[in-house]
Write a protein that binds this ligand. Sequence first.
Ligand SMILES: Cc1cc2nc3c(=O)[nH]c(=O)nc-3n(C[C@H](O)[C@H](O)[C@H](O)COP(=O)(O)OP(=O)(O)OC[C@H]3O[C@@H](n4cnc5c(N)ncnc54)[C@H](O)[C@@H]3O)c2cc1C
Length: 459
Amino acid sequence: MSEASAVKSAAWDSPIDTGKVPDNGASFDSIVVGGGPGGASAAGYLAMGGQRVLLIEKSVWPRDKICGDAVGGKSLSYVKSLGVKEHLEQTAHFRVTGIMFSSPKGHEVRVALPEEDVARLEAGYALPRKQFDTLLFREVQDTVRAAGGSVIQGGEVRQVLYDDGKGGADPGPHSGDARHGAGVVVRVGGRGGEEFTFHAPNLIGAGGYRCPVAKSMLEETYDEPMIDRAHYCAGYREYWTGVKGCESQIGDIEIHFVDSVLPGYFWLFPVSEGVVNVGIGMVMAEMDKQKMKLKALQSDVIMNHKLFKDRFADATMVKGSGKGWQLPFGSPRKKGEMQPRRSASNGVFLVGDAASLVDPFSGEGVGNALVSGEMAAQHILQKKKPSEYQQALWEMLGPELTNSYRMQRMSRKAWLLNWFVKKASKKPAIQEMMTEMIASKEAQENLHSPWFMFKTLMF
Ligand SMILES: Cc1cc2nc3c(=O)[nH]c(=O)nc-3n(C[C@H](O)[C@H](O)[C@H](O)COP(=O)(O)OP(=O)(O)OC[C@H]3O[C@@H](n4cnc5c(N)ncnc54)[C@H](O)[C@@H]3O)c2cc1C
């Protein structure tokens, strides 16, 4: 390990020096709004491709992000090629080797992650997003600045400008490729801070579920609502210490389909050093029908459920860690040829949560944020049209998102979960099939085959 990387790994939580704010009116090849995994990925790959990029993040690092904190195997090749994997492995983290599922009746089944991936350290991690995102941003801002670009933290994008110098409405026919993103107005330094305007022909919206670029494109330009409660999920997480069965630095993350939380699930994801991320997620349209809020539901499960009350008997919640946020799912919408929704137009490319790409079954969104960030960068570098990005994104992610949506719909039925988990707990063939499905896209396609499913479940 070089001296420089030793310093980086030891100091992941120290402030990041991002240099000077560029001069008002400066121009770049691309502007990326948001410095989470989606924005870091887009900015990193654009800079590696030789572009002068402006990366703008509203928060000041290190910043927290409400999440389950599981970083799946899909993310790791991106984490590696963005230059972060080595540093990440030198900081405290939990190595995931399997997923434990339980049914409403309390049957349990363990799905091992593929052994080869575990051995190669490519199966997955769990670590606080504050740590993961800071490591990623620290590396990417170096890459961006080394390629002649600039980075702003503590800068909130407040307006999106198009090439007519105005924000908002698109005057032309909605071909999706007609006009070019032209800039942003940023307020640096919080309320009362200074306003700057920057320009670029390409604009990447990576600002999460309330991304100002997505809002400008979807709501103000096309009059398409951003939030769809049937396809958005509410999530709530707390950090706990002293939870029994979560002491190790390596092992399983746990997903529990608990009666009082259906349709939705309760999770226990150890994140390292005895800290566990404990949370609940539920589709918002379903949550609207519940009497209890997620926080109260979670407290009830922890204190009263037969599987958990003993495990939490000596546990303590980390003060101030209980927070909620939204997950924009990538499940296919009934209406519209653009799935899961419009994600590009006019020199504007949306990535990650801004493009509504969270897996509707597992709730994983970091992987698809990294995937879409890289894909948007490649489309810009190869001068492809935004409409081609829209199409390529769904071709790549659509099949697995559609599959996960089917599984999410099935998991709303308690009797089906009880039957499936009980069956799976007794049949190694089903456990192997589930491991295979985590490992390969080809295996996921078996889910579409009624004969394959029938054979595996019944014999
Ligand atoms: C409770 C919960 C549990 C989850 N669990 C998991 C999990 O275990 N594993 C997993 O893979 N995914 C999980 N997810 C989903 C995951 O958190 C997101 O999909 C992921 O963070 C998306 O990355 P992103 O870069 O698109 O957006 P974000 O991570 O939200 O990053 C967006 C960034 O943009 C910045 N920003 C916002 N507005 C502006 C502005 N106006 N100007 C400048 N910057 C701005 C924000 O400060 C932020 O840093 C969970 C989500 C929730 C809510």
